[in-house]
Design a protein around this ligand. Structure first.
Ligand code: UT7
Length: 329
């Protein structure tokens, strides 16, 4: 039995932070940001709200779209690197907000690959016959962990969430076909938040040293992302006997336009086969793929039976790709 995506939704906050706004905050400029990353603006959530708020909004849209009541949901998997607080996980807060009283719920931290890990995990519960309605959500309030004094990172990230409903596929030709998932912990010190965990618990010192913010060696991450994300995206085609022109869309993680271009080249795709919204949202970490999928669906660009590849690379290092045959009419 295959798992199929039967609904998809997203939520992005209204407030925009443009490259021009960032020019007032750090030494940067619109031209540098656009040419190096492709980003023009990103969205910023209100201070007093957390990732669970955006996750619940995105999930609510999916429930309405699919005429599903909250108490029918059996499992909620929330991919995030920015839970509302370290304990409890944010997924129980989403469960409560939705009134999904018959579900169990957990967070999954797979960095920027979080949504792919979560979709893969969720699909196993469907394929095994254990559950029939699983919500998979990617939500990150990156503005809560970004240092707006560090121009190397603050221009890259934004806030947002997307969600899908997984159900048993009514037609075995449609649904999630394959996934390739990887982790390489030797990259753990190249993209990280050092403070606030069990090794460096929050203290005056960790805050003074700004260890609660996200740090990355951009160049090193870039090199690995280009190579590994391209490799895994081309591999999933080969493994399933497909070529670039069989694919309707690559829906990639949106970290850098140059990384996306490299992946598309390796898969031998035309520009119109690649979904890109990085210019409007920047990198929303676990949110990028479901947001892009939801926008593509809402623009009526997806038809039942279309082949889609999703792929990502992120902190861990983590990376992976999935092959999906679109199941929604
Ligand atoms: O999703 C999780 C995975 N994360 C990623 O995939 C991110 C991967 N990395 C990247 O996307 C790129 O490495 C960046 C966009 C972060 C940086 O681009 P780059 O082409 O690798 O630039 P760089 O780090 O080599 O910096 C080039 C120059 C440096 O100046 P010098 O040393 O050449 O004088 C930087 O200090 O650009 C400078 N720079 C900036 N200038 C203006 C760095 N950030 C900025 C900035 N504005 N915001």
């Amino acid at each position: 039995m295959k798992a199929a995506i039967t609904g998809v939704g997203h939520f992005t906050p209204d407030r925009k932070l443009t490259n021009k706004d960032l020019e007032q905050i750090v030494e940067t400029n619109d031209e540098w940001i656009i040419s190096r990353t492709g980003i023009k603006e990103r969205r910023i959530l209100e201070k007093d709200k957390g990732s669970s708020y955006m996750a619940a909004k995105a999930a609510q849209q999916v429930l309405e779209q699919t005429n599903t009541t909250a108490d029918e949901i059996e499992l909620i998997i929330l991919a995030t690197v920015s839970p509302d607080s370290p304990v409890p996980a944010a997924a129980p807060i989403v469960q409560e907000a939705l009134n999904a009283n018959n579900s169990w719920a957990f967070d999954l931290n797979g960095g920027c690959t979080g949504f792919i890990y979560a979709l893969s995990a969720g699909s196993q519960f469907i394929e095994s016959g254990k559950h029939e309605k699983v919500l998979v959500i990617g939500s990150d309030k990156m503005s809560s962990i970004v240092n707006y004094k560090d121009r190397n990172t603050c221009v890259l990230f934004g806030d947002g969430a997307g969600a899908v409903l997984l159900e048993p596929s009514k037609n075995d030709e449609l649904g999630i076909y394959d996934s390739i998932l990887h982790t390489d912990g030797s990259g753990a010190n190249l993209l990280y938040i050092e403070g606030g965990g069990s090794v460096h618990p929050a203290s005056h010192e960790t805050v003074e040293k700004e260890m609660h913010f996200i740090c990355q060696d951009g160049k090193a991450v870039f090199k690995r992302a280009v190579t590994d994300m391209a490799e895994v995206s081309a591999q999933i085609l080969t493994n399933n006997g497909l070529k670039g022109n069989d694919i309707k869309f690559l829906i990639p993680h949106q970290a850098n336009l140059r990384i996306i271009d490299a992946v598309a080249r390796k898969m031998e795709l035309n520009p119109d086969q690649v979904v890109i919204n990085i210019e409007r949202y920047g990198n929303t970490t676990a949110g990028t793929i479901p947001i892009a999928m939801s926008e593509t669906y809402q623009e009526n660009k997806l038809e039942k039976g279309d082949w889609i590849v999703i792929s990502a690379f992120g902190a861990g290092f983590t990376w992976g790709s999935m092959l999906i045959k679109w199941a929604i009419d």
